[in-house]
Design a protein around this ligand. Structure first.
Ligand SMILES: [Zn+2]
Length: 163
């Protein structure tokens, strides 16, 4: 279900979440339906539940960050996880089970995002591939050149997920 009323000329691109994956405010990203050839990207965060729509920003990642700030405040302080393969559903299910207690109460049930270490330029925030059904937010590995990555805040925990 989505209660999002799109502004005229905007759409949810096919790769973003089309409906809320869980209860409460749920993030997505919208973009202009048509792009001029010379236009840079334009994106806005949005919310399936309450219809919130963020300001226009130049990157999909920035819009996804705004949308997750709106729907899942506190996500930026989450522990950063080792990356995992999105096609290994068994591993993802196990990680979700084992790691849920390390997240805020209700995070898994609300389909809150997770953050994984990435090597630029692979820092895209990927909708629907978080361990709990929300976004898998990318964060550049320490020492990697920063680009469109979530700012590193607080001390992050490196968990050995594959041990
Ligand atoms: Zn909302």
């Amino acid at each position: 279900v989505s209660r999002l009323l799109l502004p005229a000329g905007w759409e949810i691109p096919c790769w973003e979440s089309q409906a809320a994956p869980g209860p409460g405010c749920q993030p997505t990203v919208i973009q202009p339906r048509w792009r001029g050839q010379d236009q840079d990207g334009a994106y806005r965060g949005a919310c399936h539940e309450c219809g919130w729509i963020g300001e226009v920003v130049a990157s999909e990642n920035a819009a996804a960050e705004h949308a997750n700030d709106h729907a899942h405040p506190g996500w930026r302080e989450l522990p950063v996880l080792t990356g995992y393969r999105y096609d290994d559903l068994k591993l993802m299910a196990r990680l979700a089970r084992e790691l849920a207690p390390a997240f805020p109460v209700g995070w898994a049930e609300r389909c809150g995002p997770v953050i994984t270490w990435r090597t630029p330029p692979g820092t895209r925030h990927v909708p629907g591939h978080g361990l709990f059904g929300g976004y898998c937010m990318g964060r550049a590995r320490p020492g990697a050149p920063a680009e469109h990555s979530a700012p590193a805040t607080v001390v992050t925990t490196q968990l050995d997920l594959f041990g």
